[in-house]
Design a binder for this molecule. Structure first.
Ligand code: NAD
Length: 349
C-alpha cells in the first residue's frame, strides 16, 4: 500500500484536528503544514515542514495529498492550485460558496488526473449510522417522516464565522453535514423543499434553520438546527407504519417503539387528561407499546481516512463523491431561495 504524504493548508482548528488524526495512521505521514499566520505554525509537530503559504508548500515534491482546511472562500483557489501541482485533494466543507466555483474546482482536479473529495466525515457519526441502518433495513416499515434535530445553547458564533462573505453562519457550518446525511440516507430524488432561515441573535449570519424536504419516494424529511435553543439536543425520529425509531444524543441512545394495534383503527376511548377529554392523545393503555433496542453500529470519524487511504490506493471508489457534494450545494441555494421568498421551491434533480 502506497503511503499518503499529507500537506495541510490552513493550520487552525480543523487543521490541528486532522494533524492529530494522522498521528494514528502508520500509512499516512503528515509531511507539511502551511498557514499565512505564523503564530499558527508554532506548535506544528516535530519533523513536519512549515510553510508561509500554499505555493511554498506545493513545491515540496514529497507531498501527494493536500488537505484544504482554510476558511471557506479560499477553498476554490487552494484546490485549483493543489490540483495544478498534481496533488490529490481533500477539501473541507463547504467545498465552495457557489456552484460555478465548485465546478471549476472539480474540473481542475479532473484535468490534472487527481482525486477530489470533501471532508464529510459526519457520514460516520454513530447517531446517523444507526438511523441509516433503520432506514436501509426498513426496520419501522414504510416511512412517512424523518427528523434530524440539533440544538445548542451557545448562540454566539466566533472568528470568521460571523461574516457572511467568509461563508459564516450555521447553514455553511453544520447545515452542510446535516443535509449531506439526509441525502445520503434517503436515496430518492428531492421533489420540493421549504426552508425557514433566521438570524436569532447573530446580526449578519444565520443561526437557526428548518428545512423540509419532500422526496419522490414519499418520505418527508425535516432538518432543524438552533444555536440558541436552551434545551441542547441531538435527536432523530423516524416514523414508519410499523414503528417509531428515536435517538437522543450523538452516542445514539434511543429505541424503536412498536404498538400492539398496528395500523388498526382502534375504537376511540375517551380519556381525561390535563388538556381535557381526548380520544387520540391519551396515555397508552397498558401493554400497547413495546420497545426494542436500536441496531448497533461500530463507526468513527477515523473511518473516513481509512476509506480515503483505500481510494488513494485504487482499492475503493471515493465515497463522498463530487456530484453528491454538488447536490448539497444546489440544495443549499434552494434553501436560501425558499427562506427569502417564504415559498416552497420545486427542486430539479
Ligand atoms: N469537517 C468538519 O467537521 C469541520 C469542522 C470545523 C471546520 N471545518 C471547516 O474547516 C475549514 C477551516 O475552519 P476552522 O474552524 O479550522 O478555521 P480556523 O480559522 O480555525 O483555521 C483556518 C486557518 O487557515 C489559515 N488561513 C487563512 N487563510 C489562509 C490562506 N490563504 N493560506 C493559508 N492559511 C490560511 C488561518 O490563519 C487559520 O489558521 C472551514 O472550511 C470550515 O468550514 C470543517
Amino acid at each position: 500500500m502506497e503511503k499518503i504524504k499529507l500537506g495541510i493548508v490552513g493550520f487552525g482548528f480543523m487543521g490541528h484536528c486532522d494533524a492529530d488524526m494522522m498521528n494514528t495512521f502508520d500509512e499516512i505521514d503528515l509531511v507539511a503544514v502551511a498557514d499565512t499566520n505564523p503564530d499558527q505554525l508554532k506548535d506544528a509537530p516535530e519533523g513536519v515542514e512549515t510553510y508561509a503559504n500554499i505555493d511554498e508548500m506545493l513545491a515540496n515534491a514529497d507531498i501527494n495529498v493536500v488537505m484544504v482546511s482554510t476558511p471557506n472562500p479560499s477553498h476554490p483557489e487552494m484546490v485549483k492550485k493543489a490540483a495544478a501541482a498534481k496533488k490529490h485533494v481533500i477539501c473541507e466543507k463547504p467545498a465552495a460558496m457557489s456552484i460555478a466555483e465548485y465546478d471549476e474546482m472539480v474540473a481542475a482536479c479532473k484535468e490534472n488526473g487527481v482525486l477530489f473529495t470533501v471532508h464529510q466525515q459526519r457520514r460516520w457519526d454513530k447517531d446517523y449510522r444507526i438511523m441509516k441502518e433503520v432506514y436501509d433495513k426498513n426496520l419501522v416499515g414504510d416511512m412517512y417522516i424523518i427528523k434530524s434535530q440539533l440544538y445548542g445553547v451557545n448562540g454566539n458564533m466566533h472568528d470568521w464565522h460571523i461574516y457572511p462573505e467568509m461563508g459564516g453562519g450555521m447553514l455553511y457550518d453544520w447545515g452542510v453535514h446535516l443535509i449531506d446525511q439526509m441525502l445520503d440516507m434517503v436515496k430518492s430524488e428531492v421533489v420540493s423543499l421549504y426552508a425557514d432561515v433566521q438570524n436569532v441573535i447573530n446580526e449578519n449570519v444565520d443561526d437557526y434553520f428548518k428545512i423540509i424536504l419532500k422526496f419522490k419516494n414519499g418520505v418527508t424529511a425535516e432538518i432543524e438546527l438552533g444555536t440558541y435553543y436552551l434545551t441542547p439536543k441531538r435527536a432523530w425520529f423516524i416514523g414508519g407504519k410499523k414503528g417509531s425509531a428515536i435517538i437522543d444524543g450523538f452516542g445514539g441512545e434511543g429505541k424503536i417503539v412498536r404498538t400492539a394495534h398496528l395500523l388498526e383503527n382502534v375504537p376511540g376511548k375517551i380519556t381525561m387528561t390535563a388538556a381535557g377529554p381526548t380520544r387520540s392523545f391519551g396515555p397508552p393503555e397498558p401493554g400497547l407499546l413495546s420497545e426494542e433496542p436500536l441496531p448497533e453500529v461500530n463507526v468513527a470519524h477515523r473511518n473516513y481516512f481509512e476509506h480515503f487511504l483505500k481510494a488513494f490506493n485504487g482499492e475503493e471508489e471515493i465515497i463522498v463523491k463530487p456530484e453528491q457534494v454538488r447536490r448539497v450545494l444546489r440544495l443549499m441555494d434552494a434553501v436560501r431561495e425558499s427562506a427569502k421568498t417564504g415559498k416552497s421551491i420545486a427542486f430539479e434533480e
